[in-house]
Design a binder for this molecule. Structure first.
Ligand SMILES: NC(=O)c1ccc[n+]([C@@H]2O[C@H](COP(=O)([O-])OP(=O)(O)OC[C@H]3O[C@@H](n4cnc5c(N)ncnc54)[C@H](O)[C@@H]3O)[C@@H](O)[C@H]2O)c1
Length: 323
C-alpha cells in the first residue's frame, strides 16, 4: 500500500512515519495489516537526519502548488495523513498564508484524493482550537465548534470539507482534534502552545525557558506517543464506526502550568524549575486561553483511543525517548 503524509517533514509527520515503518503497514480493519510498500513524505522542508528507510520517498515542495500535488498523488494512493499546516500563531500572524495552506492547499489534497480510482482513507489533524469563546466547563462530543482564531476556523472548515467529501464517497475521511502535544522534541515551531513543551524540555537540558502565561493557565495535552497512536487508530477504524460524524475529540489530560512545573521539580529537581522565567505575552495568552482545557471524550473512549496516565509519565516518556 502507498501512504502519503503531508507535513511529513514536521514533528508529527516524522513520528507517524516512524510508527508506520515499524508496524510495516496499516490494517483496513484493526488487526488486518496491509503491507506498506511506499511511504511518501511531503513537505516544503525536510529535517536533517530524518526518517530513512528504503520504503520512504521524499517529495519536497509547496502543497499549495497544484502541479506538485498532482505529481505526488499520480500513483495510486491508499491512505493519506494530512498534517501539513501553518500552525496557530503563524496563521494568526499571516491571515493570507494561513488560508492559502490550511484551506486552499487542503482543497488540492482532497481533490487529488477524489481523482483516485478507489476512495483513499484520509486522516486530518484538527485541533482543540476548533473550540473557543463561551464554553461549558467541560467540552464534550456534542459541544459546538466555535473557533476564536484563524487557525481554529481553518481547522473547522477542513473538518466540514472532509465530512462532505466522505459523504459523497470521494474519500473516506477521519478528523482528529488533537490536544496540545507535550513534550514536543526539538526546536519550537510557531504553535502558540509551544511554551508548554519548552518549559519542560529546555530546563531538563540545562537551558532556560520563557513561560508567557500565568501559573494557573490550564491546557488539554497529550504525549506524542498517544497522539501518534490516535492518528493511526483513526485511520484503521472501519468507516462504519465513524458513521456520518467524521470528527473526534482525542483524549488528553488537563494540566496547569503550576502542575507541569511541580512535576518538573519532582522529576528534574528544583533547579530545573528555576530555569523558567515568566514573561507575559498577551498575544499568546489570548490564543491559548481561548482553547478549552477540560474535555469528556466518551466517543474516543468507546472507540478504544488510549490516554496518558498523568503529567509525570508524559515527562518521563520524553526523557526516555529524547535523542
Ligand atoms: N503538535 C501539536 O501540539 C498539535 C496539536 C493539534 C493539532 N496539530 C496539528 O497537527 C499537524 C502537525 O503538527 P506538527 O506539530 O507536526 O507541526 P509541524 O510544524 O512540526 O509540522 C507541520 C509541517 O507542515 C509543513 N508545511 C507547512 N506549510 C507547508 C506547505 N505550504 N507545503 C508543504 N509543507 C508545509 C511544515 O514545513 C511542517 O514541517 C498540524 O496540522 C497541526 O495543526 C498539532
Amino acid at each position: 500500500m502507498r501512504i502519503v503524509i503531508t507535513g511529513g517533514g514536521g514533528f508529527l509527520g516524522q513520528s507517524v512515519a516512524r510508527a508506520l515503518l515499524a508496524r510495516g503497514g496499516l490494517g483496513a480493519e484493526p488487526g488486518a495489516s496491509t503491507e506498506l510498500t511506499e511511504l511518501v513524505l511531503v513537505d516544503q522542508v525536510m529535517p536533517q537526519g530524518g526518517v530513512a528507510d528504503p520504503r520512504v520517498r521524499q517529495a519536497t515542495g509547496d502543497i499549495a502548488d497544484r502541479a506538485f500535488i498532482k505529481r505526488v498523488f499520480a500513483p495510486p494512493t491508499h491512505a493519506v495523513f494530512h498534517l501539513a499546516a501553518v500552525v496557530s500563531a503563524g496563521a494568526e500572524a499571516d491571515f493570507d498564508l494561513g488560508y492559502r495552506v490550511n484551506l486552499d492547499a487542503m482543497r488540492l489534497v482532497l481533490e487529488a484524493c477524489r481523482q483516485q480510482s478507489h476512495p483513499a482513507r484520509l486522516v486530518f489533524t484538527s485541533s482543540v482550537a476548533a473550540f473557543g469563546g463561551e464554553l461549558p466547563d467541560i467540552v464534550n462530543d456534542a459541544t459546538a465548534a466555535t473557533p476564536q482564531s484563524s487557525y481554529g476556523a481553518q481547522k473547522v472548515i477542513g473538518e466540514l470539507l472532509v465530512a462532505d467529501y466522505s459523504r459523497k464517497g470521494y474519500l473516506d475521511g477521519r478528523c482528529v482534534r488533537l490536544p496540545t502535544i507535550v513534550v514536543r522534541p526539538g526546536r519550537p515551531n510557531r504553535a502558540a502552545s509551544g511554551f508548554m513543551s519548552s518549559i519542560l524540555r529546555e530546563p531538563l537540558s540545562g537551558e532556560s525557558a520563557i513561560c508567557p502565561v500565568p501559573l494557573d493557565a490550564r491546557m488539554w495535552i497529550s504525549s506524542p506517543a498517544r497522539a501518534v497512536d490516535a492518528l493511526i487508530r483513526a485511520m484503521e477504524l472501519p468507516a462504519a464506526l465513524w458513521g456520518s460524524n467524521r470528527t473526534l475529540n482525542a483524549p488528553g489530560i488537563t494540566v496547569s502550568v503550576a502542575e507541569a512545573l511541580a512535576a518538573l521539580a519532582r522529576i528534574g529537581g528544583k533547579a530545573c524549575v528555576e530555569r523558567v522565567r515568566f514573561e507575559p505575552d498577551s498575544a499568546i495568552e489570548k490564543i491559548v486561553l481561548s482553547w478549552p482545557a477540560r474535555f469528556a471524550t466518551a466517543r474516543a473512549g468507546a472507540l478504544g483511543f488510549g490516554v496518558d496516565s498523568g503529567i509525570d509519565d508524559v515527562i518521563n516518556l520524553h526523557r526516555q525517548t529524547r535523542p
